[in-house]
Design a protein around this ligand. Sequence first.
Ligand code: DAH
Length: 355
Amino acid sequence: MTANSNPDWRDELPHLQLQAEQQVALAVDMAGLRQLEVDLLGAKGSVTTAVRGVGAVAGPDRKEYGQLAGKLKTAVEQAVAERRGQLERAEVQAELADATFDETLPADAVLATQPGPPRTGHVHPLSQVQGEVEAVFTSMGFHVLDYPEVESEFNNFEALNIPSWHPAREMQDTFWLDDGHLLRTHTSSGQVRAMHQFQAPFRAVFPGKVFRYEATDASHEHTFHQLEGLLIDRHVSVGHLLDSMRTLLSAIFGREVTVRLRPGYFPFVEPGFELDVQCQLCGATGCAACKHSGWLELLPCGLVHPQVLRAGGLDPAEWQGWAFGLGLSRLVMMRFGVPDVRLVLGGDSRFLSQF
Ligand code: DAH
């Protein structure tokens, strides 16, 4: 349309405006709206052309034409902006209504900084194994107890039949605190605590961190985990102990494992045993973790010494018990094929991210 060739611009301009507003209102998506915007308001668009037509209008009509054309342009621009807003809101609504859309996912910007799929947290291998072992025991009626890492000399040594002059103290080099307390060297420190806490008969396990002041290597760490088991009842025998230990080990490993029983000396049990498990890392051919013996010491155990029962307030004539100290860190190593105990608590995310 040009103003010269069509003297009816007083009708044409409002008509063009109406038509454009209708088209814009009917745009069904963003792409359609964008195309319409070009057709109407682009450099060669119909509205732009109409506005430019003012140059051809002569004399007194020019001002009126200019006003109508200006109104046309503003109205079409407003219509486009309004429709754009409506379409944008509709797009967001459609995305939210999509059941597969998770608005709690990290923003694209965060994901873009990480190569590969987003990283998620997971349970530490030690906690995995501890949870499994606890489940085995709770299913057999054991309490799961949590006792302090800072202990008295009495609970860690004296009550367990290890007086200060006893050479067994040197087997467990100790971190002493200035006030005479110590970091427990074994979870056995919970034994007399449990005897005082519960009325016999009872059965309990107490997992936790233990500490030894010693040089570290592939099979020694200054901080590691044990799980102590204690059963107090009448008529407890070595047969009962060994059968319980076998049941326990096959539940933990989910299959029969080859074990070896040796006499073992611990002042707080009589008799005492060392229960070794065939090294699952090297298939018993010998590796650094089993010191090339093919066997891993996993489960020292025995019948609770009468002196310990007395320290726990129990009469050995009436009550007996068995106890064991499971090496949880060792179990983790065997389960997951970890060749060096120092990796278990080392906190290296390259190691931990494998589990
Ligand atoms: N407390 C001992 C240690 O850490 C292990 C142990 C041996 C625990 C025999 C027991 C047991 O309960 O009966 O070396």
